[in-house]
Design a protein around this ligand. Sequence first.
Ligand SMILES: [Zn+2]
Length: 275
Amino acid sequence: MPEGDTIWLAAHRLHWALAGHVLLRADLRVPRLATTDLSGRHVEEVVARGKHLLIRVEGGLTLHSHLRMDGSWQLYAPGERWRGGPDHQVRAVLANAERVAVGYRLPVLELLRTAEEDRAVGHLGPDLLGPDWDPQEAVRRLTADPARPVGDALLDQRNLAGIGNVYKCELCFLRGVTPWMPVGEVPEPERIVALARKLLQANKTRHGHITTGDTRRGRTHWVYGRGRHDCLRCGTAIRVAELGPPGQTRVTYWCPRCQRGPAPAPAPGSAPRSH
Ligand SMILES: [Zn+2]
């Protein structure tokens, strides 16, 4: 699932390509929108709300999309070959005289009245990259269920919007707590929220989610994606397990030495690697 900074960048690029221009072509390849034609309308703006993309068009309409696991919006010049996947994965084509935006594998694509966008995004907590960012409210929501594992609470977009699995793992490492620590026991939760904002802000205009300050391959993250590699800080083998409610578990990485708090026992047969 993309992180909020990825969506912010996608919205920023779509805004640059589409805003202020008239749509010459608008194919929406989902059954409910098959007869909808937005061509001839100006695109007013494109904004991100958490992990949701809102393309606002003339006439008080908003095209809402969500990328979930592997959706994307790609931009091309007119006549350029599209490279985002096979044709049957294309869900939307929005084109003006200079740019073609192609939405691939969009699991959510719907048309709303702009005045009713809250139907799609009203449940979200404060947006880490939004104009309405409210750290106190984010902390209040994050800690409202004190027994909940902090990793789950960070991923819940109703608490604060924009954190995906990469930042969840990295934030827990940087604050020295395991993702299983009850959120009510996390020391200074306002600091984990402030750090989330700082990391997303730092990464929003580039690809990748660098949390270490080191752009070298294999060193951009402290723990995420580094299962069984040595911790960059202490040298202990990074551990991997699933965390989350049934049906929504996510692969979770942590350092058993740098992070304190509950954690699942190692699976039988996965003895720590000798050094
Ligand atoms: Zn460590």
